[in-house]
Ligand binder design. Sequence first.
Ligand code: MIC
Ligand code: SF4
Length: 650
Amino acid sequence: MGRNIVEKLLDAHWVAGERQPGREVAIRIDQCLTQDATGTMAYLQFESMGLDRIRAELAVSYVDHNTIQVGFENADDHAYLRTAAQRYGAIFSKPGNGICHQLHLERFGLPGKTLLGSDSHTPTGGGIGMLAMGAGGIDVAVAMGGGPFYLSWPRVRLIKLTGRLQPGVSAKDVILKVLERFGTKGNVGWILEYGGPGVATLDVPARATITNMGTELGVTTSVFPSDDMTRGFLEAQGRADGWVALAADADASYDDVFELDLAAVEPLAACPHSPGNIATIASLAGKTVSQVLIGSCTNASYRDLKTVALLLRGKHVHPEVSVGVAPGSRQVVQMLAREGLLEPIISAGVRLFENACGFCIGNSASPESGGVSLRTSNRNFEGRSGTADAQVYLVSPETAVAAALSGVFADPRRLDHLGEVQRPDRFLVDDSLFLYRETAGKGVQDAVIRRGPNIGEPPVGAPLPAALDGVVAIKVGDKITTDHIMPAGARLKYRSNVPQYARYVFEPVDPAFHDRASAHRDAGRQNIIVAGESYGQGSSREHAAMCPMYLGVRLVVAKGFERIHQANLINFGIIPCQFADGADYDRLRLDDRIACDDLPALLQGRGELHNTTQGYRFGVTTALTVRQRGIILAGGLLRQVAAQTAREGA
Ligand code: MIC
Ligand code: SF4
């Protein structure tokens, strides 16, 4: 029987496990990426594991999130990351080089390889035929050290593309269509594989836009075949040597097939406050817009920004709309500059931002109060923009330009000069902002790691106690994102300093959480988080587990969890339990005291918790592998790996 692309990639990297949907498998990771907001902790944890050097084929440490540098914190992080990369043998991408996913696609991504990144949008690499996944920093640290990555054997859905997109409709509309169909919850454990004759009509940046936002569905990853289009892209990047073909066998089978006619896709928007809240631009036409921002790892490629430049040429943005462009990489900026395409953007009255995450993570360009902001990025969670009551819509670059020019939502298919962008024969390649081990100056072993005052210590958990003397420290609803749990934006600069960052756990939901949880912890009680469906959507930030661990959280009881966050909770020794009966969610109240005499027994799959305040018992379930139970019992992965390394060294 033939194999699909996902099976081929998993088989080629097989280490151990069972080919059964939902069962855990271990695979070898070829390439790793980190970014600065998660990278400092990833490297600090790598150091605590006692390994002397990076063993993965390739590791790249990007600086793209925290480039604001108000105060010393970000700069301390950058210096630490640069010197740690030099010491352990990673490539360091300096601030100013661009956004990790865009850069990785341009310069390092290769079909047939696995990629693990400490950022949830790592699946961008699926656009070039990689099995690319996001994970918490500590999982990436383990993979950098040559250890395997564990994932559930997936169910694979074929998204069969036919037809060709109309001019003015682009890749963003395709993934918004997929989001409309499958939503942002209920997709854990799936991988999307794209196929069908429509694939050949999409270039690599378009494919990468689609795989990038597969993350918003909650799938493990998304992957495209590697074909002539892929080869052409690699050739134009001067990397043709790395091309291999990758296609599903003719008789491959899938767990599900969804057919999508590209010609029938209309311009779409994800409406506030979820990437799965989809409406047609036609239904929004005429609605006033106050801000338009084009950029992020989803839609800031050369193709996207050249499209924007050509659409803006000779025109001016609407007087009442604030418009900004943040290119995805320095290559994109250099190409636009060489082709005279920055001029039309600037002359149109657009603000040119740094090629970094910037507005997407809410650390710049927040909209006005109640403002309507159209963005080409991938997340529109409430408050993420930095303005609590802003209305953020996610759209394609073409739709963004149509709104920038008219001041209202407008159909991009009516713009002039659509569809004029072709891939260049040669991209402008200038790798001078990548610092390679060989060019970094000193011998790897001699490099001195710079640790400014912002560089803290990764917290190490304590082994699981036998009994639980817990208290419900917060009760939250459905679809709580990691932005709710551990806000980014203005708080992002504390990522390397856990005691400080922990002050902001649940800040957008309940600013009193930190003080309450600290008081329980100091009184010797364990904190419990009670949550609804899809707890932990969004970012891969392990701080959303690490900081709660620091505040004494031992248990999250929810109706459902998202993949990366569930793995992060386990990695930090926190038990993710589900209600055996969802109705018990309603009964639990803040401050209820919860007891359990045999906490380790809970890890076996099923158990009972005793609500001693209200005087009743309720059932919970866990779905943990032997490996995961070991991590929780040990008090977290860091503690477990450090103990193992010490034993091996002894
Ligand atoms: C995001 O888009 O939310 C981020 C910021 O890139 C995060 C990573 C982080 O929190 O540092 C992600 O997507 O994983
Ligand atoms: Fe950066 Fe935004 Fe992409 Fe996250 S989603 S990596 S913040 S550009």
